[in-house]
Ligand binder design. Structure first.
Ligand code: DP6
Length: 394
């Protein structure tokens, strides 16, 4: 082996958005949940965490930067634990395992705003550190990502994913239900309402719910087990109507548990509730579900819908949520991500807009910041484009 050792590895990992929510831990340290959950993995092209790790014989200490800010890597921190567990599984030479590691990670979407940034971040960390030390089994890496942030275990797989709660570290694991090609018409639109960090983190919120909510046990023991089976069959049968009902009901129940916690936790705001209303009016207008809203621990709306309805949904969002201009003129919301050029039927939209207005919905200025148009995607990937960060130099 040469005197100077240097190795750099980079990976990208996706966000996942739960359809049946994980909320509540049976073991805080292992991050094993009180109920199973199911999520869709989003396309890396629009939203992902990118992490580069460098191992060098010239480094004096292990270091970790997230979005350019130094992070805690002290003993007992989640990231430290994850790295140590991966090293235990590695069969690399002890000398290499003793070299220090520098990690730099970036998210291309708002961090800690209820957009699953910790899921993408820890999935990416587990995947890239694993690959740097020759540990490449996705099931193993998924379980280790879970120790960083529970929902991260689902981001190690593409398509639709179930996290089986299990009883201990080995049995609490994510498994793919179907891959990203299985339901190719499925699309996702994220309505970014607020990019600020939430005031009650998911960890703190779910711990409060487990301690104080009387409803959470009923949810975990009775409601979710039945919903998991229903949701799996809705996905396998590509039954959007059923899929959408379950998704919206589960989001509602999760936020009801937050309200049942003491003191109550409020993640939704007025704009979140307006988008729920818009979705409900759309679905009742067509007499079957066209859109399914779901909200995590923040106000941003995540809308699952089929490809044919995306241009119509984007049109409606741009009609009811606009940006104010300096000269008194309003302008359209920015849409990041996948573009759609298909024409929409103006009469159909005029009718629907009139229906929405008759339900008291008016055009709101500056309450939605932008939209992200994306789809279901695959799991993490190794990339050749290393993060350009001076901290990663040997
Ligand atoms: C509402 O995975 O962020 O997004 O395990 O404490 O890190 P920790 O929590 P986290 O919780 C996510 C909760 C959720 C629902 C979900 O993704 O299933």
């Amino acid at each position: 082996m040469s005197q100077n050792y240097y190795k750099i590895v980079t990976a990208k990992a996706p966000v996942n958005i739960a359809l049946i929510k994980y909320w509540g831990k049976s073991n805080e340290k292992l991050k094993t949940p009180i109920n199973d959950s199911i999520s869709g993995t989003l396309d890396i092209d629009e939203m992902c965490a990118t992490t580069s790790v460098a191992i060098s014989s010239n480094y004096d200490s292990d270091e970790f930067w997230l979005n350019g800010e130094k992070q805690n890597l002290s003993n007992g921190s989640s990231a430290r634990l994850l790295i140590e567990e991966i090293k235990k599984l590695s069969n690399y030479d002890k000398k290499i395992l003793d070299y220090k590691i520098h990690i730099s990670s970036f998210n291309n979407f708002p961090t800690a705003a209820g957009l699953a940034s910790s899921a993408a971040g820890y999935a990416c960390l587990a995947y890239v550190v694993g690959h740097a030390y020759g540990v490449v089994d996705s099931c193993e890496l998924s379980k280790l990502a879970r120790i960083g942030s529970g929902s991260a275990c689902r981001s190690l797989f593409g398509g639709f994913v179930q996290w089986v709660k299990g009883q201990d570290h080995d049995s609490s694991k994510a498994i793919q239900i179907v891959d990203h090609d299985y339901w190719p018409e499925m699309r996702v639109v994220i309505c970014v309402i607020n990019e600020k960090q939430k005031d009650v983190s998911s960890s703190a919120g779910m711990s409060r719910s487990v301690k104080t909510s009387e409803l959470i046990r009923y949810r975990a023991d009775t409601v979710v087990p039945a919903r998991i089976e229903e949701m799996k069959s809705a996905i396998i049968d590509k039954n959007f109507d059923k899929f959408a009902n379950l998704t919206m009901q589960d989001s509602n129940q999760f936020h009801a548990i937050c309200l049942d916690s003491f003191p109550p936790i409020f993640y939704l705001n007025e704009t979140s509730r307006q988008i729920i209303k818009i979705c409900s009016v759309i679905n009742s207008h067509y007499a079957h579900n066209k859109v399914a809203y779901t909200y995590d621990a923040g106000p941003n709306a995540c809308i699952y819908l089929l490809e044919e309805f995306v241009p119509k949904f984007l049109y409606l969002m741009q009609t009811f949520f606009r940006k104010s201009g300096g000269d008194g003129q309003s302008s359209e919301l920015e849409i990041k991500g996948k573009k759609y050029s298909s024409a929409i039927d103006q009469d159909e939209m005029d009718l629907l807009c009139a229906k929405l207005r008759s339900h008291g919905l008016d055009c709101q200025l500056d309450t939605v910041t932008y939209l992200i148009s994306t789809s279901i995607g695959s799991g993490p990937v190794i990339s050749n484009e290393h993060i350009k960060d001076k901290n990663l130099q040997a």
